[in-house]
Design a protein around this ligand. Structure first.
Ligand code: DX5
Ligand code: ZN
Length: 216
C-alpha cells in the first residue's frame, strides 16, 4: 500500500489541528511529525506535548520522525503522545539496535533513517529489527529544500537489499523535496511512503492532498 504522509513542518502552527484534520479528510492516512532538537539538526521544531494535542483531532497513523540526539531517551514519551511509528536516525544513536528494540517493545513500528551522506550498506545489521527505512532526500533540519536526485539510486538500493534479505514487507519512506514533479519517480524506485510538507501545506491543503494522492 502506498501512503502520502503530509509533514506538518510546513503547516501554519496557529491552525495545526485544523490543518491536520483537513489533510486527513482529503484522504491522507498518515501524518508525518518532524521533531528537531537543535543539536542533531540545526533547528528546533516541537516535541511530544504538541503531538499529544493534535492526536485528539484524527485517528490516522502518526509517523514521528525524530531528528534528535540519542532518541532512546524519549521514545516512551512519543509513544505516550500517540505515535504509531517512530523513526530514528542511524547517525544520532550510540546503540542503534537497542533504540530500535526499545521502540518495538512498546508495540510501535520502528523506522531507521539515513541522511544523504550515509550509505545504504550501514542498514544491513538492522534489517531484522525495523519496519521501515527512511531515505532522506534532503539534509535533515528544514522544510522547503530541493530533492536530491541521488536519492532515487538509494531507494532502489534499499529495495533490492530488502529483497536480498527476504524483507519484501519492509516499508521504504522518502522525505524531502517531494512534489507533483517527482512523486511518481520515487514510487517507481520502490518507496511506498512519500512525505510532503510544502507541497501539501502551502496553498489549498485539500486540493494538494488529492492531487498528490492521485499520482500514487
Ligand atoms: C526535513 C524534514 C521533512 C520536511 C519535508 O528535515 O524531515 O519532513 O519537513 O518538507 P518538504 O516536503 O517541504 O521538503
Ligand atoms: Zn521528516
Amino acid at each position: 500500500m502506498n501512503y502520502l504522509a503530509p509533514s506538518v513542518l510546513a503547516a501554519d502552527f496557529s491552525t495545526l489541528g485544523n490543518d491536520i484534520a483537513v489533510a486527513a479528510a482529503a484522504g491522507a492516512r498518515m501524518i508525518h511529525l518532524d521533531v528537531m532538537d537543535g543539536i542533531f539538526v540545526p533547528n528546533i521544531s516541537f516535541g511530544a506535548p504538541v503531538i499529544a494535542s493534535v492526536r485528539k483531532v484524527t485517528g490516522v497513523l502518526f509517523d514521528v520522525h525524530l531528528m534528535i540526539h540519542e532518541p532512546i531517551r524519549y521514545v516512551e514519551d512519543f509513544k505516550k503522545a500517540g505515535a504509531d511509528m517512530i523513526t530514528v536516525h542511524y547517525e544520532a544513536c550510540e546503540e542503534v539496535k537497542d533504540t530500535l528494540l526499545a521502540i518495538r517493545s512498546m508495540g510501535v513500528k520502528a523506522g531507521i533513517a539515513i541522511s544523504p551522506d550515509t550509505p545504504v550498506c550501514v542498514l544491513i545489521p538492522y534489517l531484522d529489527c525495523v519496519d521501515m527505512v527512511l531515505v532522506m532526500s534532503v539534509y535533515p533540519g528544514f522544510g522547503g529544500q530541493s530533492f536530491i536526485e541521488d536519492s532515487i539510486l538509494k531507494i532502489r538500493d534499499v529495495k533490492s537489499m530488502a529483497k536480498e534479505h527476504n524483507r519484501q514487507d519492509l516499508w521504504i519512506e522518502v522525505d524531502g523535496g517531494i512534489d507533483r514533479s517527482n512523486i511518481e519517480k520515487v514510487k517507481e524506485a520502490g518507496a511506498n511512503v512519500m512525505v510532503a510538507g510544502s507541497a501539501v501545506f502551502r496553498g489549498n491543503i485539500m486540493q494538494n492532498v488529492k492531487e498528490l494522492k492521485d499520482l500514487l
